[in-house]
Design a protein around this ligand. Structure first.
Ligand code: MN
Length: 266
């Protein structure tokens, strides 16, 4: 049992809370990420990256933003067990983090830089990585800052400039629901819910991922065709896809995203 989970375990009474105590074997190839929308005393988004056999965790009060000029505060919290990635449900009153939790997004992640060791980069306080989820993808970074907290646990989560960067779409607003149950955090099933940790296994409602991905592919193709022409500012088509299920569903079959196929094969 990982020594990294000691703090996590001492903070919880597993006779009381439906959260996992940890120790379930890992099922996927490649490191996973999960973002849980958690309505405790305040609503926040728990961003978790699998590293060293556990989930390195940050609480992001305002959630992620695709706008590269926006930096979101991310408070590093205790390492969580790998199987926490499958938790969606209610943490009972009187327990640490009491409140409702949904799985807002999940998938796999790849370390980009600096160097070739993500653990080392984490310790040094800066890492760049690629997310391949249903709402989150493209290049992101976590950077430790010298903030107000004496704990030294303040980081910033930010979007790097790439074909997925988008200043107009607020992903937390257009895609608020669980990718597992299709419920928002307030309506989460109070019964303990366990689902597969395998990314892509979830049969939730369609999300904006497909629409955004399609938009990015179109942008890329357009840029290739006329490199001389300045980029056009288009109305964010993702907004349509995210709010209305049918649109997202329609794009699902058409979108030719090689990444998607790769994810399915896992
Ligand atoms: Mn939390």
């Amino acid at each position: 049992m990982s020594v990294l989970l000691k703090k996590y375990r001492t903070m919880r009474d597993f006779g009381e809370t439906p959260e996992p105590s940890g120790g379930k074997p890992k099922k996927t190839k490649g490191p996973i990420f999960v973002i849980q929308k958690h309505h405790a005393s305040h609503l926040h988004y728990d961003f978790r990256l699998e590293m060293e056999g556990v989930l390195k965790s940050w609480a992001v009060p305002r959630g992620p933003s695709y706008d590269p000029t926006v930096k979101r505060l991310a408070m590093m919290t205790e390492d969580h067990p790998y199987d926490y990635a499958g938790f969606e449900g209610v943490i009972p009153e009187g327990n640490y983090g009491a409140g409702k939790v949904i799985i807002w997004d999940n998938g796999t992640w790849e370390f980009i830089e600096p160097g070739d060791d993500p653990v080392k980069a984490l310790r040094a306080g800066k890492l760049t990585f690629r997310l391949n989820g249903r709402k989150m993808f493209g290049e992101w970074a976590l950077v430790r800052i010298h903030g107000r907290s004496p704990k030294g646990n303040e980081w910033l989560l930010l979007k790097h400039r790439d074909e997925f960067a988008n200043e107009e779409v607020d992903v937390t607003e257009v895609a608020p629901l669980s990718i597992i149950s299709g419920r928002d955090v307030e309506d989460v099933n109070p019964d303990r819910i366990w689902k597969s940790n395998r990314p892509g296994a979830a049969k939730g409602p369609p999300t904006i991922a497909t629409a955004l991905r399609k938009q990015a592919t179109t942008k890329k193709a357009a840029a290739k065709k006329s490199a001389a022409m300045p980029p056009q500012k288009k109305a964010p088509s993702a907004k349509r896809g995210a709010t209305g299920r049918p649109t997202a569903k329609r794009t699902e079959g058409k979108a030719k995203a090689p990444r998607r196929t790769a994810a399915k094969r896992r």
